[in-house]
Design a binder for this molecule. Structure first.
Ligand code: SAM
Length: 271
């Protein structure tokens, strides 16, 4: 199996346009997604369709690809004109994905965060997505490690995530400055019971601005960022959180954040 060729398009080094050269990696991504004949597969940022072609070899029911670059769209339309590939033209952040079973993508890295949270609003079985390595590490991080943060906690609320492999930058044309990594994202069948999602997201946004402080101080310093706390008796809330107050935000697990958020909600609702 040779590398992908770039006869039809000379990569121009435009922002977010790093094309995968290595077919083995594309194949590994598709294997990992375990594409079945009745699957609808979504690909964000199809480029010249090299990953799309690999997905096509598994003969899924349909592949939906999204691409915003006009020149690339011309190539994609020609390449997939007699196939079950549906081409969605435009910005993936603004397009409705509608329904899909699996997603396989080498993402445009500048939209990593927004597109991940968009993905998590849909019902699907699994996604095998390639990100910049550091971003992928932040998603899969465990509490107490350097990369663990708000992104980790928020994504892990919705999904089980796993690092599949790192991909060195020399597998792309042109070569980007940083390495990449592939992760799998599987939405949880049942989400942890959260009494107030907004409060949970406010809480994690606020305390991770103070990741090395004790939670007690982190909360005190960021109370203006958590509207449910701002309006209520903070002393009372603190008395319900004693088991967590001495921990640093970076040491608190995603499950504990759910608990903390729910304890705050219950306390302020009782006041
Ligand atoms: N799938 C190809 C591959 O594996 O080689 C291309 C991956 S490349 C990293 C990302 C692609 O996303 C580029 O083709 C780029 O034009 C496209 N892109 C960038 N921003 C986008 C957006 N907001 N919506 C849709 N496509 C986008």
């Amino acid at each position: 199996m040779g590398p992908f060729n770039f006869k039809e398009y000379k990569p121009q080094g435009k922002r977010d346009q790093y094309f995968l050269k290595n077919k083995e990696i594309a194949r590994e991504q598709v294997d990992r997604a375990d594409v079945q004949k009745d699957d609808i597969v979504l690909e964000v940022g199809a480029g010249i369709g090299n990953l799309t072609q690999e997905i096509l070899t598994r003969k899924p029911k349909k592949i939906k690809i999204i691409e915003k670059d006009r020149e690339l769209l011309k190539i994609l339309k020609e390449k997939f004109k007699n196939s079950n590939v549906e081409i969605i033209e435009g910005n993936a952040l603004k397009k409705d994905f509608e329904s899909f079973d699996k997603s396989i993508s080498n993402l445009p890295y500048s939209i990593s965060s927004e597109i991940t949270f968009k993905l998590l609003n849909y019902q699907f079985k699994s996604a095998v997505w390639m990100y910049q390595k550091e971003f992928a590490e932040r998603i899969v991080a465990t509490s107490g490690t350097k990369r663990y943060g708000r992104l980790t906690v928020n994504v892990k609320y919705f999904a089980n995530v796993q690092l599949i492999r790192e991909v060195s930058k020399n597998n792309f044309e042109p070569q980007p400055e940083v390495d990449s990594a592939i992760i799998s994202i599987e939405p949880k069948e049942k989400l942890p019971k959260l009494l107030d999602q907004d409060l949970f997201f406010d809480l994690t946004r606020a305390v991770f601005t103070q990741r090395r402080k004790k939670l007690k101080n982190a909360l005190e310093n960021t109370i203006h960022m958590i509207s449910e706390l701002e309006k209520n008796d903070f002393k009372n809330v603190k008395s319900k959180l004693t088991q967590y107050l001495h921990k640093r935000p970076e040491e608190i697990t995603p499950e504990e954040y759910v608990e903390i958020s729910n304890k705050i909600k219950r306390t302020v609702s009782d006041e």
